[in-house]
Write a protein that binds this ligand. Structure first.
Ligand SMILES: NC(=O)c1ccc[n+]([C@@H]2O[C@H](COP(=O)([O-])OP(=O)(O)OC[C@H]3O[C@@H](n4cnc5c(N)ncnc54)[C@H](O)[C@@H]3O)[C@@H](O)[C@H]2O)c1
Length: 470
């Protein structure tokens, strides 16, 4: 609330200043200003007593006690995956619907011979779960609008938080997550599972070992026709959200792994974006059928370009409506190499960057083509990231999008058990989630550039290079 007043006050002061100076190109619009040709959102000051959580750690938590909120399509699998990790106890379960809680108790916990967890049902019961004193981590798998209120309340009640994607739905919510994590000194990790897919991890490893040269451009996307799922979301929350929000409302699967490879807030930062959206055709049609409405804010395809402080570029796409094969793009272009995940996995590499003896006798690489299949397979196995190598077999057995979901949960628990910084911090959660409102603002202003907020408040260049803590 304080922040809101601060924004309003700053906006009014600037408006008065602009008017008194006779500047015609600075105007107060909603919660952002237009300065020259750029949209600028207000950045609240860090309050006294609040301190950065960059590289944040807490004492090792030997046995991580978890309370889960939201047991729809996603939540129960998360509970199941956690039962495969040593030193984890499922202490509480919560959903609005009692039968969803009961199904997890019987089909997962009892079926594995584990004790039943404390059960919370109804719309407000999650608060009681957060108040328990036998929970270390609150794991949130609800609809998007509940993420921030639940995460904030949990942190304010001393809990660490893991929250599904996107962590927040507006710039104000992004700041709230950052501010409360800094005020309470708690972990807040967004559960961006695509950072743990095998190809993404291998490509990250190649980049970190210099095989791609200097990374200069990346592409990522969420292209997934959700037609089979629209009817499954609880009380139609997802279509309902998209109906009233333009922009890239689900950006993190494409953006997260790129930000790790490009060392975002670890030596570089996303500085400016521009976004464009198509009209809505298919979204409008499904909304008419399911909601009886004629308007639909979310364009069928939203495309965003981001430029970093160092001048590098990222291209992000969102399309959950058209008939295209599932695609997250995931491309890294460096000065000396290239990695591409969809629709086919491949690399372009320079011979001289590979270790001696890596290629077969007399084998040569064409720098204008993907490496041959045998070299690609050897790269995929020999350059598999150490964090995936360590747990690959178990991850593939337990599953969750082919194993990446398990690696994510395993890493979260490993870092908590060893008192390490988490792989994704609250600044990542804010930076990757903020695209929603920023892209909507750019689209509303004809593709105008938007200055991306610095959620680290100037600390983006302190840590040099993204690393998984060991
Ligand atoms: N990372 C991934 O690959 C991935 C995949 C699917 C979904 N997700 C994310 O997971 C989240 C959940 O998606 P879903 O597909 O399971 O949706 P869903 O509609 O199937 O499930 C949401 C659940 O939250 C519960 N819920 C809502 N409000 C609640 C409240 N006040 N208290 C307790 N429970 C409440 C609902 O009852 C429902 O069971 C979303 O954020 C989504 O974006 C991520």
């Amino acid at each position: 609330m304080k922040n809101k007043f601060l924004h309003l006050f700053t906006g009014l002061v600037l408006l008065a200043f602009a008017t008194s100076c006779g500047e015609k190109n600075e105007t107060e619009v909603r919660n952002y200003r237009i300065v020259g040709n750029t949209i600028v959102f207000d950045e609240p000051q860090r309050l006294e007593g609040q301190k950065s959580v960059l590289q944040f750690t807490v004492d090792p938590i030997e046995n991580v006690r978890i309370g889960f909120i939201g047991l729809g399509m996603r939540g129960p699998d998360a509970v199941d995956r956690m039962t495969y990790i040593d030193g984890v106890t499922v202490n509480a379960l919560c959903d609005i619907e009692p039968d969803r809680v009961e199904k997890v108790q019987t089909d997962i916990l009892e079926a594995k011979g584990l004790p039943r967890a404390a059960a919370y049902t109804g719309r407000e019961a999650w608060k009681e779960l957060c108040q328990r004193d036998d929970i270390d981590l609150v794991y949130i798998c609800t609809d998007w609008k509940n993420h921030v209120p639940m995460a904030v309340y949990a942190m304010q009640h001393g809990k660490h938080v893991a929250v599904e994607v996107p962590a927040a739905t507006s710039i104000e919510e992004c700041w709230q997550l950052v501010d409360v994590a800094e005020q309470t000194q708690r972990h807040c990790m967004m559960l961006e599972n695509c950072c743990y897919d095998f190809f993404e991890l291998t490509a990250l490893n190649l980049a970190q070992q210099g095989l791609l040269g200097e990374l200069i451009h990346g592409e990522g996307a969420y292209i997934h026709n959700l037609e089979p799922f629209w009817h499954e979301y609880y009380e139609n929350w997802r279509l309902d959200f998209n109906q009233s929000h333009s922009g890239d409302v689900y950006p993190t699967h494409g953006l997260g792994p790129l930000c790790q490879a490009f060392n975002i807030h670890r030596g570089d930062r996303m500085k400016t974006l521009v976004a464009m959206g198509t009209p809505s055709y298919n979204g409008k049609k499904i909304a008419k059928e399911m909601m009886g409405v004629d308007d639909f804010a979310n364009g069928d395809i939203t495309t965003t370009m981001i430029q970093t402080e160092k001048g590098k570029t990222l291209l992000i796409e969102h399309d959950v409506y058209t008939y295209r094969p599932y695609n997250r793009l995931y491309q890294l272009t460096g000065t000396e190499g290239f990695a591409n995940k969809y629709p086919i996995e491949g690399f372009t590499l320079l011979e001289e960057k590979l270790p001696a003896g890596f290629l077969a006798e007399g084998q040569h690489l064409n720098p204008h083509a993907f490496v041959p299949a045998d070299v690609r397979d050897k790269v995929l196995s020999e350059y598999l990231h150490p964090i995936a190598k360590e747990i690959e077999k178990k991850a593939k057995e337990v599953g969750g999008h082919g194993g990446m979901d398990f690696i994510m949960d395993y890493r979260l628990i490993y870092c908590l058990q060893h008192g390490l910084p988490l792989d994704q911090d609250v600044y990542d959660a804010a930076e990757w989630s903020c695209l929603g409102e920023l892209t909507a603002a750019s689209i509303a202003n004809g593709g105008m550039p938007v200055a991306m907020p610095d959620f680290t408040r100037g600390d983006w260049n302190i840590v040099q290079g993204y690393k998984h803590a060991e």
